[in-house]
Design a binder for this molecule. Structure first.
Ligand code: THU
Length: 155
């Protein structure tokens, strides 16, 4: 499987990815982003077909802000233990604007996605709008974080 596949339009994505992009957009309604005004939504599909969503949650103590990707992954682990995350879509827009902005998952989220992959023994696909303004589908979190830190580093 190709590590990265790019698409000029959201319409060119497979239907499951399109649906997750739609759910991620809906999830931005629950962003709490009074400081950055950058609303991020993430939607995942689990191996039983369940869709779970999350949105970024900020705090006046800035380092405590939590990205949408980690909100949704930790919700999955807590509310759907044992289910595997098959795919995630991430979208972002400026507060009170409709147009989507590129949102490339931060390094901390890539690290957490990678640990999920190790835990579940299965890669998760990640769909996002790249800074080059193309939709990109990554075959796994692993390819988003080469040579990352993991449990084997602690042995
Ligand atoms: N943010 C995410 O939710 N996901 C990312 O991958 C990048 C950044 C959020 C965190 C913060 O609330 C806002 O976007 C600006 O950094």
């Amino acid at each position: 499987m190709k590590e990265f596949t790019t698409y000029n339009s959201v319409e060119d994505l497979d239907s499951e990815s399109k649906y997750l992009v739609h759910k991620a957009k809906e999830a931005t309604v629950h962003s709490y982003a009074p400081y950055s005004k950058f609303c991020v939504g993430a939607a995942v599909i689990l191996d039983d077909g369940t869709v779970v969503t999350g949105a970024n949650q900020e705090n006046a103590a800035y380092p405590l802000c939590m990205c949408a990707e980690r909100v949704v992954l930790y919700a999955c682990a807590s509310q759907h233990p044992g289910k595997k995350v098959i795919k995630m879509a991430v979208v972002a827009h400026k507060k009170n604007h409709k147009e989507l902005m590129p949102a490339s998952s931060c390094g901390a989220c890539r690290q957490v996605m990678q640990e999920f992959e190790h835990r579940q023994h299965k890669p998760m696909e990640v769909v996002m709008l790249s800074p080059g303004e193309k939709w990109i589908k990554c075959s796994s979190a692993q390819v988003l974080l080469p040579y990352g830190f993991d449990a084997s580093s602690l042995e």
